[in-house]
Design a protein around this ligand. Structure first.
Ligand code: HPA
Length: 272
C-alpha cells in the first residue's frame, strides 16, 4: 500500500497530465532555468500539491514543470528541498517517490558543488561517478515499505554506467571538457573548514555539496536509474585563499548555465 500522502500527490499531478513523464530532472541552485525551455509546460507549484513540502531558499523557484524537452517527456523540479532547511529526509525525497509513482524510470540530478579535487576549476561540469554520504543520515531509516523497494538496497552502481557512458559521448560530441568524480554529501548549511576539505580529499571526494545524495538513495531504492551532474561553482574551503559565499555559487552557475543547458539537452536528445 502506498502511503495516502503519496497517493494524493500522485493523483493531483496525474489529473493534470496527458502523458506519462519518462525522465525526472532535479535542477539545483542556479540551474533551474532549464525548466523554462520545456515545451507545452504544465507548471504545478509545490504548495499546490498535497503532501509536498514548500521550498524556502533564495534562488530556488519551487515548482514542477512537466512537458517535452528534446522530444522526451520530462518532469522537472525547479528548486529542490534541502535537509539544511529543516525538512526531514522523507520530505526531501518525497518528490522522487512521486516521480516513481508517475512512471519515471530515469532521473537526472544536478547540483552546484564545491571543487574538492584541486585539478578542477569553478565553472567545470562534473559527471558524478559515485558518492560518499558523509552525514550519518539516510532517508531509508525507518520501517521499509517493500512495495517501494528492498530493505537493503545495493548501491554499487548508484549512478548508472550506461547513462555515464552516454553523457561522456555527448560531452565529446559538443566539445565539453567534462570532469568526473565522487560527490560528497555534507548537511550544511555552513561551508566546510579547510581541515574538513583535506579529509574529504583523503577520503576520495572530488566535489562537495549539500544535496542530491538523499534523492539518489531513494531513486535507487525505487529502481530508478540515475545520472548525476555537478556544476563546480567554487573551489572548496582552503583550496584558494578566499572566503566562500552563496553569491559566488549563484554567479558561477549562471556563467556556465549555457554549457549546462546544452549538455543536458543533448543528453535528453540521445534518450529520445
Ligand atoms: N561546499 C558545500 N556545498 C557547496 C559548496 C561547497 O563548497 N559549493 C556549493 N555547494
Amino acid at each position: 500500500m502506498k502511503s495516502k500522502q503519496l497517493q494524493d500527490a500522485t493523483r493531483f499531478i496525474t489529473d493534470r497530465l496527458s502523458q506519462t513523464p519518462e525522465i525526472g530532472l532535479i535542477l539545483g541552485s542556479g540551474l533551474g532555468e532549464l525548466a523554462n525551455e520545456i515545451e507545452s509546460p504544465i507548471n504545478i507549484k509545490y504548495e499546490e500539491i498535497p503532501g509536498f513540502p514548500v521550498s524556502t531558499v533564495e534562488g530556488h523557484a519551487g515548482q514542477l514543470v512537466i512537458g517535452d524537452l528534446q522530444g522526451v517527456s520530462v518532469i522537472a523540479m525547479q528548486g529542490r528541498f534541502h535537509y539544511y532547511e529543516g525538512y526531514g529526509l522523507e520530505a526531501v525525497t518525497f518528490p522522487v517517490r512521486v516521480m516513481k509513482a508517475l512512471g519515471v524510470e530515469r532521473l537526472i540530478v544536478t547540483n552546484a558543488a564545491g571543487g574538492v579535487n584541486p585539478d578542477f576549476e569553478p565553472g567545470n561540469l562534473m559527471l558524478i561517478t559515485d558518492h560518499i554520504n558523509n552525514t550519518g543520515q539516510n532517508p531509508l531509516i525507518g520501517p521499509n515499505d517493500s512495495e517501494q523497494g528492498v530493505r537493503f538496497p545495493d548501491m554499487s552502481t548508484a549512478y548508472d554506467r550506461q547513462l555515464q557512458r552516454l553523457a561522456k559521448q555527448v560531452a565529446n560530441t559538443i566539445d565539453l571538457d567534462l570532469k568526473e568524480g565522487v560527490y560528497v554529501w555534507n548537511t550544511g548549511p555552513c561551508y566546510e573548514t579547510p581541515a574538513e576539505i583535506n579529509m574529504l580529499q583523503a577520503m576520495g571526494g572530488d566535489a562537495v555539496g549539500m544535496s542530491t545524495v538523499p534523492e539518489v538513495i531513494v531513486a535507487r531504492h525505487a529502481g530508478i536509474e540515475v545520472l548525476g551532474i555537478s556544476c563546480i561553482s567554487n573551489m572548496a574551503a582552503g583550496i584558494l585563499d578566499q572566503p566562500l559565499n552563496h553569491q559566488e555559487v549563484i554567479e558561477t552557475t549562471e556563467k556556465v548555465r549555457g554549457d549546462f543547458l546544452n549538455f543536458v539537452k543533448a543528453i535528453l536528445g540521445k534518450l529520445a
